[in-house]
Design a binder for this molecule. Structure first.
Ligand code: NAD
Length: 341
């Protein structure tokens, strides 16, 4: 059932819950089993306590510890029940279909990305949720945008269905803030690189896969061209930025669509050179596919001065620092796996 057909009973329950909620932070994360969600969940558990963070996804991650609910975020009733049951006060809405996978199923991607966001917006409005986080992406920019230091306010005219859904999401976030006062905050993430989890079908996934091959002493076949420069960010910086934005004083937040965020920018050949400082024999071959065209439509670097001035954003990892940690952590992971098997 959708929110359009919501029974009066549930509506009453939702409205009453505004009065009944004790204002203690209780967080719901959608898409919590994914690349970002699995790391963000742990960080929020450390900060707010395991029992105050409810992770949810279509599937449970086998190594997950904590409170988990199987949830299809496109199901409004199921989402409402969880928000009421756990007296949720904040939602981090990460569930989405990403750029490369989205191009394989454009209409489903629009449907899932938008329906799940509408459900989160509506349930947040009806239950007076304190804060919502919605990740957008550099994919909001299209071919016409300046490639370097793309300005925050440049026209967003994306060339992928994923980008279109993120632009629409940003505008709906802005609408709910203006119309209902919903405190929804957002970041346009660059490509996120981390060792903790595997990527979920984005155009920047190569920058994670390459490290797995390097550590296993294998040749890496790259689906982008050698010079395809894209904005990227290390996982620790991504999670820190997300939490810093959510904790910033409300009056400091001047961007209610989504903040540009910058970590570093590099091409596959520059990343290869950085890896070769540690593994001089590491080899890469280039076999560009449809993802090269997506990459060409995106900026190569981003102007994030609004994030820097509004909530003091500053990245800590450059390409070499990130490469060094990635290799150390993945070496440990593969050695541990070998010992176990
Ligand atoms: P991911 O694909 O790894 O994880 C997304 C999760 O959403 C998956 O676990 C999937 O099972 C879940 N999901 C999909 N449909 C769902 C549904 N209907 N109901 C509930 N769960 C559902 O993606 P990620 O890399 O962790 O990205 C998280 C968010 O950050 C997404 O909104 C994405 O658009 C955004 N983002 C990510 C990157 C990046 O580089 N990873 C860059 C820009 C923006």
């Amino acid at each position: 059932m959708s929110y359009f057909l919501m029974p009066l009973l549930l509506l009453d329950k939702l409205k009453n819950s505004k009065i009944n909620f004790i204002k203690m932070t209780k967080i719901l994360i959608t898409g919590a089993s994914g690349q970002l969600g699995s790391v963000l969940t742990k960080k929020l558990q450390d900060k707010y306590g395991v029992d105050n963070v409810i992770a949810s996804d279509l599937r449970i991650n086998p190594s997950f510890n904590g409170c988990f609910e199987v949830l299809d975020a496109t199901d409004f009733d199921a989402l409402s029940e969880i928000v009421l049951k756990f007296e949720i006060t904040q939602i981090y809405h990460l569930a989405a279909i990403l750029s490369a996978n989205g191009e394989k199923i454009p209409l489903n991607t629009w449907d899932i990305n938008m329906k799940s966001l509408f459900n989160v917006l509506e349930v947040s409005r009806l239950t007076n949720i304190d804060k919502v986080f919605f990740p957008s992406s550099i994919a909001v920019y299209g071919n016409d945008a300046p490639k370097t230091e793309t300005p925050q306010d440049y026209v967003v005219a994306p060339s992928t269905v994923y980008g279109i859904s993120k632009v629409a999401g940003e505008n709906w976030a802005h609408y709910y803030y203006e119309r209902y006062g919903l405190d929804i905050r957002s970041i346009r993430y660059p490509g996120v690189i981390g060792h903790q989890s595997l990527p979920g079908g984005g155009t920047t996934d190569y920058a994670i896969d390459i490290f797995h091959k390097a550590v296993k002493n294998e040749v890496f076949e790259c689906f982008l061209e050698a010079t395809a420069t894209l904005p990227m960010i290390y996982m620790d910086d991504t999670i820190r930025a997300t939490i810093e934005l959510m904790e910033a004083p409300k009056e400091n937040i001047t961007v209610r669509t989504s903040y540009n965020l910058s970590g570093m920018s590099f091409s596959p050949e520059q990343l290869t050179q950085s890896i070769q400082k540690i593994y001089p024999d590491f080899k890469i071959v280039y076999k560009p596919d449809f993802r090269q065209k997506i990459a060409e439509s995106w900026p190569s670097s981003i102007d994030d001065s609004s994030a820097r001035s509004d909530w003091n954003w500053k990245p800590q990892f450059d390409i070499d620092a990130m490469a060094s940690v990635m290799i150390e952590e993945l070496k440990l992971k593969y050695i541990t796996e070998l010992k176990i098997s």
